[in-house]
Design a binder for this molecule. Structure first.
Ligand code: NAD
Ligand code: MG
Length: 391
């Protein structure tokens, strides 16, 4: 019964969109009766982090922001919950023994803690796509050496994971990533030029964090997902297709050598993918809205437009170049994205900056160690920053 069969888990990025959805799934699957929370981490939202930690009686709560250590300490006074902050705190959270770790920190900040959890052999529920985009095979090697499982949470990759039988991998011809097309699917380049972050963040189908929402509008999110798919499923770049599917009902597909195409469908709700990663290889019961096909009536598809959405072309370029070009693309993209959010550059300038940084850093050697990955990321950020006007 109860106590001794409880599974230990940690959520890196528990206060974000994926993090709060993960806690919702944990609650629905039995909460503290079935799960023991080793650690939770957040950044700026201390009240939410403290509330989550108290409610689930986490052993450790960590804020990534060192300046908020005191605030978190005060918020958890008398609870018996350990508190830590900063990069070392995040590593401490990742290293606590928990068999299942949700990697849901946004951006490259998630790489070091996720790697720490992978190295000690935890099963990694991977929402943080940046781990694979930046560190690719080095990250996969760390997971393999640690001996844990890599469970894709990004909805497209989770869909592929669901329909990809291990003993049929040799027969995979292609994967087809679906893309909603975002809020600017039908906009012209001129219309996109002057949009603000507030307009760009309004995703038609999914409710997500600020950065990934804007990345969906520019299709940089799909660009990252192409590189993510390449590593996760061991594909050649030409095996990865993207199709725009505005309803976001088909979450992605796998095409096999006999002409069969297998798809995973559902209402757009990240709790499906999170629940699958938490229950794998079983499935759990979740109160996700059910698809009503008669009401849907139709599903639409169209080819993506790489002129209006150059991010897709840049992803192909990064995949073909290999080496650290994924880290370069992502580092430059994160820097340009922050500048766009602050209103310092226009929407279209994000892809222009990424392309220029890739031009300038095309000769960086492949990474032998994780330090090389971090160095390439840093170089890309500096180079991108040099292309952003100072206000
Ligand atoms: P979010 O912005 O809602 O949450 C991010 C989390 O990371 C929060 O807990 C925040 O406190 C923490 N964080 C922010 N900056 C940090 C830093 N510098 N160091 C440590 N922690 C920090 O983001 P999200 O939408 O939940 O996305 C999280 C990850 O999951 C991203 O990599 C995203 O691409 C991926 N993802 C998200 C969705 C989605 O539906 N939201 C879908 C697929 C993949
Ligand atoms: Mg996705």
């Amino acid at each position: 019964s109860g106590e001794d069969t409880r599974r230990r888990l940690t959520i890196l990025g528990s206060t974000g969109s994926i993090g709060t959805n993960t806690l919702d799934v944990v609650d629905r699957l039995g909460g503290r009766d079935r799960f023991e929370v080793a650690a939770l981490t957040g950044n700026g939202n201390i009240p939410l982090l403290a509330e989550q930690a108290r409610r689930l009686r986490a052993e450790l709560a960590v804020t990534a922001d060192e300046h908020r250590y005191d605030e978190l300490k005060t918020a958890l006074a008398g609870s018996g919950i350990a508190v830590a902050a900063g990069r070392s705190g995040l590593i401490e959270a990742a290293e606590r023994d928990a068999g299942w770790v949700m990697a849901a920190i946004v951006g490259n900040a998630g790489l070091a803690p996720t790697l720490a959890a992978a190295r000690r052999g935890a099963d990694i529920a991977l929402a943080n796509k940046e781990c694979l985009v930046s560190a690719g095979s080095l990250f996969l090697e760390a997971v393999a050496r640690g001996g844990g499982r890599l469970l894709p949470v990004d909805s497209e990759h989770n869909a592929i994971f669901q329909v990809l039988e291990n003993d049929q991998r040799h027969a995979v011809e292609r994967v087809i990533l679906t893309a909603s097309g975002g809020p600017f699917r039908t906009k012209t380049l001129d219309e996109m030029r002057h949009v603000t972050a507030d307009v760009a963040r309004a995703h038609p189908n999914w409710s997500m964090g600020l950065k990934i929402s804007i990345d969906s509008a520019s299709m940089f999110n799909k660009a990252l997902e192409m590189i993510e798919a390449r590593h996760l499923f061991g594909l050649r770049p030409e095996q990865i297709e993207v199709v725009v599917h505005p309803q976001s009902v088909i979450h992605s597909m796998v095409g096999y050598s006999d002409g069969s195409v297998l798809a995973q469908l559902g209402c757009p709700d990240m709790r499906t993918a999170i629940g699958y990663a938490l229950s794998y290889p079983k499935r759990c019961a979740l109160p996700i809205e059910r698809l009503d096909f008669a009401k849907l009536a139709r599903l639409d598809f169209e080819a993506p437009d790489e002129t209006r959405f150059p991010a897709l072309r840049l992803a192909r370029r990064a995949m073909e170049a290999g080496g650290v070009q994924g880290a370069v693309l992502n580092g430059a993209k994160e820097t340009a994205l922050e500048a766009f959010i602050k209103g310092r550059i226009g929407f279209l300038a994000m892809a222009e900056i990424v392309e220029k940084v890739m031009d300038k850093l095309s000769n960086l050697p492949a990474a032998a160690t994780m330090d090389d990955v971090f160095a390439a990321d840093e170089k890309a950020r500096q180079t991108a920053a040099g292309l952003i006007p100072i206000q």
